[in-house]
Design a protein around this ligand. Structure first.
Ligand code: NZQ
Ligand code: ZN
Length: 387
C-alpha cells in the first residue's frame, strides 16, 4: 500500500427535505450570497422557491447566476467572478448537478485571485484561497459535492480542464434523494456511468494487496449496478435514488484512492472528446471505457479476472484468464447498453476527423494513465475502436 493523506472537510447532510437546514448551514459564512444554478430544472421542481425561502429566513442578500451549462464554460464562470467582486459576495451557493457545483468552485477561487481563473487549470497558478461554498445537489454523478475538483470548458480554445484545491471543498452539501426524482432518464444513465467510471479509474490499479480498497470499490459498483436499474425502472424509488446518490459521493470523495496508484486516463480522453463535441460526460465514458479496458487488460489480467468474477459473477469454469477478463469487459458493455448508454461515437454524430487532435491534446504533458501508460498512438487506437 502506498503512503497517503486523507483530508475531507465537507459536511454531508443527507436525507429527505434536508434543504430545510440550508439557512442554518449558511449562517456562519455571511449574508451576501451568490446563488448559482443551471438551465431551470430547479425552478420546475420547486427547489428554487425552497432555497429562497431559506435564504430570506436568514435575511440574506441574494445575487443570482443562472444558466450554468452542462460542461460549464469559462465565460460563465467569469460572469460569476465579476458578480462576486462587484457585489462583495461572502458565500457561493450551488444548487444543481455537477456542472453547477464545478462552476461555483471556479467562481469561488477566481473571485479571490487577481489573474485569469483559467491559470489554475493549466498549472500557471495554485489556488491559495477561495470564497466558502455550499451545495444542494440534484443529480447523482460527479462526486463534486464532496471533493475539491472542478472541470471547466474553454469554448474558444476547445479545451476542457480541471482545477483542484483543498480550498474549494464545499463547506457542506445537502443531498436529498427526492431532489433527484426529476432527473431525466438520459441524465440518470449518464450519472450511473460516471459513478462506475470513477470507481474504474481507481480500481484498475497496479497496486497490489489492497483488499479493503478493492472491496470498497466492488461494493460501490455492485450498488450502482443494482440500484441504477431500479432508479431507471421507477424514478421515484426513494431507496434506489438514495443508494445511487451515496454511491456517487463515495466514488469520488477520496475514499477509494487511499494508498492506491490511480489511473484517470479514460477521463482525460473523454474530456478531450467533450471539449470539442460538447457531449455529456457520462455518454462519452460509456463509449470509451470498455475500449480502454480491452486495450489495457493484459497489463494485469488478474485484476480484470477479479472484476469479472466478483462484480459480474462470470463463471470462470472452463475459461482461461483472458477469456474471463474479456467476459467481464463484455458484461460492462452490455450493462451500459441495457440501461440505454451509447456504445459508439458514431451514435453521437462524431466521426474520425479529430482523433489525432484529441490524442495530441490528451498527451500534451506526456503519457497518461498508470495501469498502462498511454502515448498518443494508444489513444488514437482507443478512440478509433470507439467510432
Ligand atoms: O441545468 P439544469 O436545468 O439544472 O439541468 C441539468 C442539466 O441539463 C439537468 N439536471 C440536473 N439535476 C436535475 C436535472 N434535471 C431535472 N431534475 C434534476 N434534479 O441535468 C443536466 C446535466 O447536468 P450536469 O450538472 O451537467 O450533470 P453532471 O452532474 O453529470 O455534471 C457533469 C459535469 O461534471 C464534470 C463533467 O466533466 C461535466 O462537465 N465532472 C466533474 C467532476 C468533479 N467535479 O469531480 C468529476 C467528473 O468526472 C466530471 O468530469
Ligand atoms: Zn467523471
Amino acid at each position: 500500500m502506498n503512503a497517503f493523506e486523507l483530508y475531507n472537510p465537507t459536511k454531508l447532510v443527507f436525507g429527505a427535505d434536508k434543504v430545510n437546514q440550508l439557512g442554518e448551514l449558511i449562517k456562519p459564512y455571511g449574508k451576501r450570497i451568490l446563488l448559482v444554478y443551471g438551465g431551470g430544472s430547479i425552478k420546475k421542481s420547486g427547489l428554487y422557491d425552497d432555497v429562497l425561502f431559506q435564504l430570506n429566513g436568514i435575511g440574506a442578500t441574494v445575487r443570482e447566476l443562472s444558466g450554468i451549462e452542462p460542461n460549464p464554460r469559462l465565460t460563465t464562470v467569469n460572469k460569476g467572478i465579476d458578480i462576486c467582486r462587484t457585489e462583495k459576495i461572502e458565500f457561493v451557493l450551488a444548487v444543481g448537478g455537477g456542472s453547477v457545483l464545478d462552476a461555483a468552485k471556479a467562481i469561488a477561487a477566481g473571485a479571490l485571485y487577481d489573474g485569469d481563473v483559467w491559470d489554475f487549470t493549466v498549472h500557471k497558478a495554485i489556488i491559495q484561497e477561495a470564497l466558502p461554498i455550499g451545495t444542494v445537489l440534484t443529480l447523482a454523478a460527479t462526486g463534486s459535492e464532496m471533493n475539491g475538483n472542478a472541470v471547466i470548458s474553454n469554448w474558444e480554445t476547445k479545451q476542457k480542464r480541471a482545477l483542484g484545491s483543498k480550498h474549494v471543498y464545499p463547506k457542506f452539501s445537502i443531498l436529498d434523494p427526492k431532489l433527484t426524482y426529476s432527473v431525466p432518464v438520459d441524465q440518470t444513465v449518464n450519472g450511473i456511468v460516471d459513478i462506475m467510471s470513477h470507481v474504474f479509474e481507481q480500481y484498475f490499479s497496479l497496486t497490489t494487496d489492497i483488499p479493503l480498497q478493492e472491496r470498497f470499490a466492488e461494493s460501490i459498483l455492485l450498488t450502482v449496478i443494482e440500484n441504477g436499474e431500479k432508479a431507471l425502472a421507477d424514478g421515484s424509488d426513494y431507496d434506489a435514488r438514495a443508494n445511487l446518490l451515496l454511491a456517487g459521493t463515495y466514488a469520488l470523495n477520496g475514499t477509494l484512492p487511499n494508498g492506491v496508484t490511480t489511473d484517470w486516463a479514460t477521463h482525460g480522453i473523454e474530456h478531450e472528446v467533450s471539449a470539442i463535441y460538447d457531449i455529456a460526460h457520462g455518454a462519452g465514458l460509456a463509449i470509451i471505457f470498455p475500449n480502454w479496458m480491452k486495450h489495457v487488460y493484459k497489463e494485469r489480467v488478474g485484476k480484470f479476472v477479479q472484476y469479472a468474477v466478483r462484480v459480474w459473477k462470470i463463471d470462470p469454469a472452463g475459461k482461461n484468464d483472458n477469456e474471463i477478463a474479456l467476459a467481464g469487459i463484455e458484461a460492462t458493455r452490455e450493462y451500459f447498453t441495457r440501461i440505454g448508454a451509447p456504445a459508439t461515437l458514431g451514435e453521437l454524430g462524431i466521426n474520425g476527423e479529430q482523433l489525432e487532435r484529441m490524442a495530441e491534446e490528451a498527451t500534451q504533458f506526456g503519457s497518461i494513465g498508470t495501469f498502462k501508460q498511454l502515448a498518443k498512438d494508444d489513444i488514437v487506437s482507443i478512440l478509433a475502436a470507439s467510432l
